[in-house]
Design a binder for this molecule. Structure first.
Ligand SMILES: Cc1ncc(COP(=O)(O)O)c(C=O)c1O
Length: 414
């Protein structure tokens, strides 16, 4: 985007735009698209492995057999056939859903936006994990949510700390509008919530009448370990809103995701979606439905997960070999991301500038995953979008920058 020095529209903006914040991942996209950069920044699905012949066949068939319908408006909540296919995807995670409870969205991202826009007035409390999905932050900011982030460990959100926070809010006469969690292969932390904590979260929601927003784009991309039940499937009291997407199991370019929610909430989401964009793309839905009709969608998920698995292994091996021993990192059992922690005196935003300039390598600085700009000594390393050899090279280059900065700090501090 062009640089803005003077803004003559200053007096026209609504007050709520003052808190608008860009997602750090979006900001980095322009820089990391440069071919000389090894980008460990973008959580870009490996669209290169999607079979071209399959795309040619399904788009050709839709165009020749269903052209008029594909080019027309459709229902706000999406086509029944798309919802049936979504139910099949969720069933693969042992989650049974009634198609009446589904609304199709423009990616999972719109689900976060619709939830926040529907539930949050300025200053309302929302709880998220620390770190949280950097792309959720612009939604939280645009509706002026008062977000508290609860630390995580290798088993996901610390439910003990969550309870403390709920008690603190209760004392102040407040209750969070929702608790936002990413249960599987967290973006950016790489960890998953263990079974005990999933049960605890659902029980807490029941006891305290809370809403959980479960965002699960990565659940199908498992390399190892047992599949864990979704919070939605564990909940028997209508306290969970579930979001997922076709972005990671087919393609983000088709921009189709979905929400599953109890009827009253769904009706509000439908109104919000009408206001935002009328309906999901009919063309994209028909392409997806053709794909489900004529191909085994799980074949591609298996194939692409295999690629991510090898890339994760390459990144873990490179981290072990090249990163300083003062650093630590998570070991994801699926998904796209590793979350690395460096000594507290390093700031990964400064480090990013050096890494790009000196070594042509990029990552997402930790601060982008925190509402208050903390998390400066962390970094998100995405292994999804880079071939194994480049991953090793990228980590090696990054390690050089980190070690240089550590040496400099130690020299200055004696
Ligand atoms: C946790 C999480 N939620 C939501 C999204 C949004 O995905 P999309 O809008 O492409 O479905 C992403 C994308 O990376 C994500 O990681």
């Amino acid at each position: 985007m062009a640089r803005i020095d003077f803004d003559k529209y200053e007096g026209f903006y609504a007050r709520r735009t003052q808190g608008l914040r860009s997602s750090v991942m979006r900001d980095l996209m322009a820089i990391t698209a440069r071919p000389e950069i090894i980008s460990l920044a973008g959580g870009l699905p490996n669209t290169e492995s999607f079979p071209v012949k399959t795309l040619v066949k399904i788009t050709h068939d839709v165009a020749t057999e269903d052209s008029a319908a594909a080019l027309q408006y459709g229902p706000t909540e999406g086509f029944e056939e798309t919802k049936r296919n979504i139910a099949r995807v969720m069933e693969a995670e042992n989650t049974l859903v009634d198609t009446e409870d589904i609304i199709i969205t423009t990616g999972g991202q719109q689900g976060i936006d619709l939830t926040t826009r529907t539930l949050v007035d300025p200053g309302d409390a929302v709880i998220a994990e620390a770190p949280t999905y950097p792309g959720a932050i612009p939604s939280f900011c645009s509706f002026q949510a008062d977000v508290t982030q609860i630390p995580m460990d290798d088993d996901g959100i610390r439910t003990d700390l969550l309870k403390n926070e709920l008690r603190r809010l209760e004392k102040a006469g407040r209750r969070p509008k929702f608790i936002y969690v990413i249960p599987n292969f967290h973006n950016p932390a790489g960890v998953s919530i263990n079974l005990e904590r999933r049960l605890e979260l659902v029980a807490l929601a029941r006891e305290r009448e809370l809403i959980i927003l479960e965002d699960n784009p990565y659940g199908q991309l498992r390399f190892e370990g047992e599949q864990l039940p979704t919070l939605y499937s564990l909940d028997d009291d209508d306290n969970v809103i579930y979001i997922s997407t076709f972005s990671k199991i087919i393609s983000p370019g088709i921009r189709l995701g979905w929400m599953v929610a109890p009827a009253p909430l769904l009706a509000k989401f439908n109104l919000g979606k009408q206001a935002a964009d009328l309906c999901p793309s009919t063309l994209a839905q028909m392409v997806v439905n053709r794909y489900f009709r004529d191909f085994r969608w799980q074949d591609y998920v298996e194939k692409t997960t295999d690629v991510y698995h090898r890339r994760r292994d390459a990144m873990l091996a490179a981290l072990k070999e090249y990163f300083p021993e003062e650093a630590s990192w998570t070991r994801p059992r699926g998904g796209f991301y590793i979350w690395a922690t460096l000594p507290g005196y390093l700031d990964t935003t400064d480090l990013l500038a050096l890494a790009i300039e000196q070594e042509s390598v990029a990552f997402v600085p930790g601060a982008g995953a925190y509402m208050d700009g903390s998390g400066a000594n962390h970094m998100r390393l995405a292994f999804c979008a880079v071939p194994e050899e480049r991953i090793e090279d990228g980590i090696k280059r990054l390690a050089r920058v980190i070690k240089d900065q550590m040496a400099l700090y130690k020299a200055l501090k004696g």
